[in-house]
Each structure stands twice: as structure tokens, then as C-alpha cells.
Design a protein around this ligand. Structure first.
Ligand code: MN
Length: 208
């Protein structure tokens, strides 16, 4: 988690520093943060080896198996980040409002997760409030010219697949039931900026 710590000033941000301790004999945490920073995006996180492996998904997840969503792998986050919802001060790394959009547990569908990550093809099951069933993260070499960190998040066909737009249908926090603007207001953040993330239809500009 060196990158995580280097990017942040813990005197200024309320984000957790993290203990870096792995937990034993428990289910693996899964979290999606909805993050209105300079741009709205969703941060997809899977617990593995005591950290949260993290991908930033500009357009957020889709339940539609025909839709592949770009997921840029970013620095590992501490497990404690899975409980963070609030305001990162403007001017700090990732400054803006952070919502726990979904949270639950995940299970690998492969025997060897390390090998799957190395290969760039991880199949897994999500047990969230909003996202469930079978999914894949697949590395896409050279997509956007960014090399190893570009992945695609893809829903597998199962009974949880749907063409419904879950981002629009379920915009609230999975833990507080708040919208981004409400989280910003409570945390002394930029309410107007946060509200842009709540009005995602316009912000995404993809006509959906
Ligand atoms: Mn983020």
C-alpha cells in the first residue's frame, strides 16, 4: 500500500490509514464506492491478501452482459477503506464526495486467484446489495494505451443479468441511504459538485 500512503496526507483527509493486517477465516469483502471527484466514477474493490484491490470504473458497472465497462486498476487500498463514506477535502488527492454505493462479499470462481490476476482473467461471484451473481474482470492489453492496468468489468449471463440501468435506479448509499449531495452536506463538502454525481444521467452524457 505504498502508493496509497504516498498519495495522501492523513493530517488532511479523513480517509483511513489502514493497518495492513490480513484477516483470517472470514468472507472476502466487496465494495463499490461512488466517487464524485473531478470526474464521477465508481471504485470497484475486492479484498485480497489483506488489501482492497481497486479499479476505477468511469461509467460504473452494468448488469447487461453485452456491455463491457472499462476498469482502470489503481493503487491497493486498506481494508478499512471499505467502511469509508464521506468527504475528501478539495485540493487533496481524490478531493470530493465518496459514497458506499454497494457492499457485500465476493467469492472467486477460480481455484487460483493469484494466477487469475496475473493472467488477467478473474471470474467471481458477488454477494452485494445491488450487484449479485457471476462477473469477470478481464485485462485488456493496450486498451487506451495504458498497458497492464486496463481491465473490463463484464456481467456473466445468469439470473441477475439485466438491461435495467442499476446506476440510475439505485443511486443511494448502500449503508446510509444518502445521495452524494446529502453526504457532502453532512461532511461539509461541495454540495453542488456532489449533486452533479446524483444527476448522473446528464453527467454521463451517454443518453441513457
Ligand atoms: Mn476514486
Amino acid at each position: 500500500m505504498k502508493d496509497y500512503h504516498q498519495k495522501r496526507d492523513f493530517e488532511r483527509t479523513p480517509e483511513p490509514k489502514g493497518s495492513g493486517k490480513a484477516r483470517e477465516n472470514h468472507e472476502l469483502l466487496y465494495v463499490i464506492h461512488k466517487h464524485q471527484a473531478s470526474h464521477l466514477h465508481y471504485d470497484f474493490r475486492l479484498e485480497w491478501n489483506g488489501v482492497l484491490l481497486s479499479w476505477a470504473i468511469p461509467k460504473g458497472p452494468s448488469l447487461d452482459p453485452s456491455v463491457k465497462r472499462l476498469a482502470m486498476q489503481v493503487e491497493d487500498h486498506p481494508l478499512e477503506y471499505g467502511g469509508f463514506e464521506g468527504v475528501i477535502p478539495e485540493g487533496e488527492y481524490g478531493g470530493g464526495t465518496v459514497m458506499i454505493w454497494d457492499r457485500g462479499t465476493w467469492e472467486p470462481e477460480v481455484a487460483d486467484v493469484e494466477a487469475a490476476l496475473e493472467k488477467g482473467d478473474l471470474k467471481f461471484t458477488l454477494h452485494g446489495r445491488k450487484l449479485m451473481g457471476s462477473w469477470a474482470l478481464v485485462r485488456t492489453r493496450g486498451y487506451g494505451g495504458r498497458g497492464r492496468e486496463s481491465w473490463l468489468l463484464i456481467k456473466h449471463r445468469d439470473r441477475y443479468a439485466s438491461t435495467a440501468d442499476i446506476l440510475l435506479e439505485q443511486p443511494r448509499s448502500a449503508v446510509s441511504n444518502k445521495l452524494l449531495a446529502e453526504i457532502a452536506r453532512a461532511g461539509g463538502g461541495d454540495v453542488e459538485k456532489a449533486a452533479k454525481g446524483d444527476g448522473e444521467k446528464a453527467a454521463r452524457g451517454d443518453g441513457r
